[in-house]
Design a protein around this ligand. Structure first.
Ligand code: HEM
Length: 230
């Protein structure tokens, strides 16, 4: 491919990376809001979470959103790997300045590593909850699949010997997600060509807040479930 062809295709990949990344940020907000119901205790919390899970797996519109989410994860991962390889090939010898931290943050230089950690996390996470909910042998409570018990037991040291490890894995994954988002969020806007001296500082500020608050709120769920059930 000619240099301009290569540049065009890598710009298209960056564009796609940005669109799928921002869609996944929206998914995170929705997923977090649903999961925050796990803070509600007792019978009320159990019924609310199970009915929510039933709605999320049966509503046709939500199903379409789920398929878009799976596709976005897949394309974001593939596109990310291809871009990383392309960048490495285009620049086989690291610039001296790139090795330091004067021009770029550690996160921005390690997006592929952080993304790989998240991919491993999402794969194990989906095997533990999503696979069980869709294809596994689920307990039934009051006529509805009891995803609440599956989820809370997973982080309950009296039910799962690996609960402590699971909690630690979730916290580690959320720290990785925070660093990934702290660069990814604002970088997505740049890739889409939304860069302006007036708006960019605000985008950066929203990105920083998003990359701290969302992972922290996610991480607080397994920590809460572990501590309150120990
Ligand atoms: C830390 C707290 C979290 C809890 C308690 C949690 C819980 C769950 C549960 C119970 C499901 C199954 C729902 C279903 O299939 O109906 C699920 C699905 C899923 N989770 Fe999480 N989750 C958490 C964090 C995350 C994070 C941080 C990500 C992404 C980085 C994520 C990605 C997903 C995906 C992609 C699905 C499949 C969604 C779908 O089928 O539409 N989860 N989660």
């Amino acid at each position: 491919m000619s240099n301009t062809g290569m540049l065009k295709s890598s710009l298209a990949k960056k564009y796609f990376m940005a669109l799928t990344g921002l869609f996944l940020c929206l998914f995170l907000v929705g997923h977090l809001l649903g999961n925050l119901q796990l803070f509600v205790g007792g019978e009320e919390g159990r019924l609310a979470f199970n009915n929510y899970a039933k709605f999320m797996t049966s509503n046709p519109l939500i199903k379409v959103m789920s398929y878009i989410t799976y596709a976005s994860i897949l394309f974001h991962v593939i596109d990310g790997f291809v871009l990383t390889i392309q960048n490495k090939k285009a620049r086989p010898v690291k610039y001296v300045v790139e090795k330091g931290n004067r021009n770029s943050s550690w996160g921005s230089r390690n997006m592929a590593l952080l993304g790989t950690i998240l991919l491993v996390f999402i794969s194990t996470h989906m095997m533990n909850f999503w696979w069980k909910m869709h294809f596994g042998d689920m307990p039934i409570y009051k006529g509805v699949k009891d995803l609440h018990t599956i989820t809370t037991n997973f982080f309950n040291p009296n039910e799962n010997v690996m609960a402590g490890g699971a909690m630690a894995l979730y916290v580690f994954a959320m720290i990785s997600m925070s660093i990934h988002l702290s660069h990814g969020f604002q970088s997505a806007f740049q890739s889409l060509g939304i860069s302006h001296p007036k708006y960019s500082p605000t985008i950066k500020m929203i990105g920083t807040a998003f990359s701290i608050l969302i992972p922290a709120a996610f991480a607080s769920i397994p920590v809460f479930l572990y501590i309150t059930q120990a």
